[in-house]
Design a protein around this ligand. Structure first.
Ligand SMILES: [Zn+2]
Length: 305
């Protein structure tokens, strides 16, 4: 039996067993985050996000009818790590489902498997989002790196893809996410840039226009997996927060951590700068959630104080 509700312009589909009772609700809270709730049998699933759109982080909460030892979540072609609160016997599990910047609008099933026949599908209906396009004129080496740098660029691209694919299997953060700098982010996340007439990949982070030298705070606890100079992002610090969640902080003038260090939420990891291929000093903060490029501002909205 499939029931589709259309409420406030959002569609939620429920696919339930014939004998299941069903409830669905959609509330728009004061902070304009969305909560969708689907109950299949006695397995209750709630999804909370600012919006169900490309670049958004969705916090999935799953309450199992009985104690289970693990819950597996699969969404957007990826295994998504799950975690539970530390109290023994707790039946509440969570997963951070990132909707990648490049996801096309449509219905995407989230498969939830707690073993012992406890299997549920939650459907995320991704609605379209239009990102702006900007045209910039920059140093030609930005768009057409010299052939002598090609080997370096390829090596660094592989380094980054290796990092995203090998997250720490445990959750390293326990506190809310914090802003790395006090200055507000501009709304550049997702912007498609045309540099010197050449289209580039969409902007996968948020830019904070802080003055050079401004201390940068770790958005949350984790392990430093990259602290080095990269061709495009300059002095770059990447924090592995565990369970597939990463923060990349780029264009730093100074790095105060080294690879292998553990950091706590709010700890200073470096200073704002203009290293790499940039047009001026700013902090570029990008977040990966199970491989998906999500807006850091959405992470602050969902996992911040
Ligand atoms: Zn940026």
């Amino acid at each position: 039996m499939t029931i589709t509700n259309l409420v406030l312009g959002l569609t939620f589909s429920l696919t339930l067993g014939l004998t299941s009772s069903l409830t669905s609700s959609l509330t728009l809270s004061l902070t304009s985050s969305l909560t969708g709730s689907q109950t299949a049998g006695r397995f209750e699933v709630t999804a909370k996000s600012r919006a169900v759109q490309p670049g958004e982080l969705v916090v999935l909460t799953m309450i199992a009818p009985v104690h289970v030892d693990q819950v597996r979540v699969h969404a957007f072609g990826h295994e998504v790590a799950t975690f539970t609160t530390l109290s023994p016997g707790d039946r509440t599990w969570q997963a951070l489902v990132g909707i990648d910047l490049g996801v096309k609008p449509g219905a995407y099933p989230v498969a939830i498997d707690a073993g012992a026949g406890q299997h549920t599908t939650y459907e995320l209906i991704v609605t379209p989002k239009r990102f702006p396009t900007r045209r910039l004129t920059v140093d030609d080496s930005f768009v057409n790196p010299p052939p002598s740098e090609q080997e370096r660029i390829e090596r660094e691209a592989k380094l980054l893809s290796d990092v995203w694919q090998a997250p720490t299997a445990e959750r390293l953060w326990t506190e809310p996410f914090v802003r790395p700098v006090a200055e507000p982010a501009n709304s550049r996340f997702g912007t498609r840039s045309i540099f010197n007439g050449v289209p580039r990949n969409p902007h996968g982070g948020a830019d904070f226009l802080s003055p050079s030298g401004t201390p940068i705070h770790a958005p949350n606890a984790g392990r430093i997996v990259v602290a080095r100079n990269l061709y495009f992002s300059g002095n770059t610090v990447i924090i592995d927060h565990g369970l597939g969640l990463f923060s990349m902080l780029a264009h730093l003038s100074a790095m105060d951590v080294k690879e292998g260090d553990r950091v706590s939420a709010g700890q200073i990891v470096g200073r704002v700068g203009a290293t790499g291929r940039v047009t001026g000093p700013h902090l570029h903060w990008a977040v990966r959630a199970s491989g998906a490029r999500v807006d850091p501002v959405s992470v602050l909205a969902m996992l911040g104080k």
